[in-house]
Design a protein around this ligand. Sequence first.
Ligand SMILES: O=C(O)CCC(=O)C(=O)O
Ligand SMILES: [Fe+2]
Length: 332
Amino acid sequence: MPFPLAGCAVLGMITAVPGSCSGPPTSSWDRDHAKHRADRRNPRRRCGGAGPRAAARGRGFRAAATGPWPAWGAADPRQRIGARALRDFSLRFGPIQTGVADRFRDPEVPEVGILSNIRRDGAPIGLADAGQDWHTDMTYTATRGFVNVLHAVEVPMRDGRPLGDTLFANMHAAYDDLPAEVQQRLDGMTATHDFNIFWERMRTRPGSSRPPLTAAQRAARPPAVHPVFLRHPITGRRVLYCNPGYAERINELDAAESARILEFLFAHQLQPKYQHAHRWSVGDVLIWDHLGTLHNAIPDYGPDEHRLMLRCQVMAERIFDPAFQQLWLKAA
Ligand SMILES: O=C(O)CCC(=O)C(=O)O
Ligand SMILES: [Fe+2]
């Protein structure tokens, strides 16, 4: 049973994940972090009615049915989601990508990545600089990314305000606003996307601990080609599917013209009017649609202000299957 994206959400947030409310830690990563969470646990808490059946019906899930951005729901700050539950929930959307260069995964549930600036015994427990510039996940693979499912375990706070927002940019709106001549000219053109572009951008920042990708890692992630404009499989609308994190070249243009057009598209798509900031609370589970958005994780917190996220990156393998789309549209 697919999890409905109430009317083709650009983004959505759920208040609870099935299986998140009870049971012992399910992996060694969970056990390590049980102490963290114990402080926040409330023995009288309830699951808010979002057990597996409720989740399958879409209860506890709030998403945008209309307009560029969703109506946001408050997450349950007490919910406790283990790596296994997050993986099992995420698999409802499609298969999960496991990285070629990602050292930080739950040791027992490798589909779950760990994003964090926390260090234990001098060693990082997670990828500290994930996504800290504008990009769309998995445009660098032949199978595109569909959704990310990100769960906030620790959110840095300063003066009572959460830090480490994630910004999103709406590529349905960006496409709609492109001049008609640009829409027509680029129609049918393709762009090459390369994982190494964003990796190098992060790696060459001061303080980065990323090593260069090895030849084997680069071979495992060869560049991928995608249309510059996609028809979104759920909304049926066109989106601008190009991002400064990974897009390298518009293949049908000469190098200079490709660079000029990419620069124009990147400036256009990142205008503030298309942006939304998600301010995190502990317990949030945020699901966002990669096919219609870009995102950017803001590193406005220090090394002692801890942030910890669990992540599943779901591939768009099933959502381009018409039978799967029908199920979603029916459920929405
Ligand atoms: O940590 C975040 O806010 C987002 C990181 C990111 O780029 C991702 O999960 O794909
Ligand atoms: Fe990302």
